[in-house]
Design a protein around this ligand. Structure first.
Ligand code: ADP
Ligand code: 5GP
Length: 197
């Protein structure tokens, strides 16, 4: 059977562990299967955090460039989050899924709903924190945000949590390894359902 790619959207409040779970799942799939998985690189007007690499974690661009891409129809979806713009470049995703890759998008809830509209086959996963207290602890422990940024992200998190039931899967990130296994299971079950190689 012809190999088919797919689009997986991963959302959840900032600091819940999306990036960590995605890396864990990608590593596990690379070790145990021949599925090609890649994480889409978004564009953002946010400043890079210490250790973030342009073209790897994000394409860090100016607002001017962001709106140029938007006008040119280059973005599958976009949003404004905590004062910065974020968007998913469409071309790369279309190409990769066409060649059979499972593409993961780490995007927030409004963007996820937009993707589902434009790409009905996309599989939506929401990552839940064990509690808001633990979410705040993780955000602080990561050491990347100012107090103001932490406060904004926690405020947004309250609204995001209410959207969890609109997703195909809800994954609790209490024990990291269990959350990784659940995401791996979601990808494998899609593969089995579609009969892709
Ligand atoms: P997000 O991508 O959702 O913003 P990160 O992947 O950056 O979140 O994780 C936020 C912080 O929480 C990181 O310091 C990460 O190491 C930590 N973390 C992730 N998952 C867990 C977990 N299950 N238990 C404890 N800490 C976690
Ligand atoms: P951060 O600044 O922590 O990297 O990301 C903030 C939020 O923006 C996270 O919820 C992340 O999932 C989301 N995000 C990152 N890239 C995109 C994107 O291209 N589109 C949308 N809609 N959200 C994004």
């Amino acid at each position: 059977m012809e190999q088919k790619g797919a689009l997986f959207v991963i959302s959840g409040p900032s600091g819940v562990g999306k990036g960590t779970i995605i890396q864990g799942a990608m590593q596990k799939l690379a070790e145990r299967t021949d599925i090609k998985v890649s994480l889409a690189v978004s564009v953002t007007t946010r400043a890079p955090r210490l250790g973030e690499i342009d073209g790897v974690h994000y394409h860090f661009i100016s607002r001017e460039k962001f709106f140029e891409l938007l006008e040119q129809g280059e973005l599958l979806e976009y949003t404004k989050y905590a004062g910065n713009y974020y968007g998913t470049p469409a071309k790369e995703i279309v190409e990769r899924t066409r060649e059979g890759t499972f593409v993961l998008l780490d995007i927030e809830t409004a963007g996820a709903m937009e993707v589902k509209k434009n790409w009905p086959d996309a599989v939506l996963c929401f990552i839940l924190p064990p509690s808001m207290e633990e979410l705040e602890r993780r955000l602080r422990a990561r050491g990347t945000e100012t107090e103001e940024s932490i406060a904004r992200r926690l405020e947004i998190a309250e609204n995001e949590r209410a959207k969890a039931n609109l997703y195909d899967y809800q994954i609790l990130n209490d024990t990291l390894l269990e959350a990784v296994d659940r995401l791996v299971d979601v990808l494998l079950s899609w593969k089995n359902k579609k009969g892709a190689k």
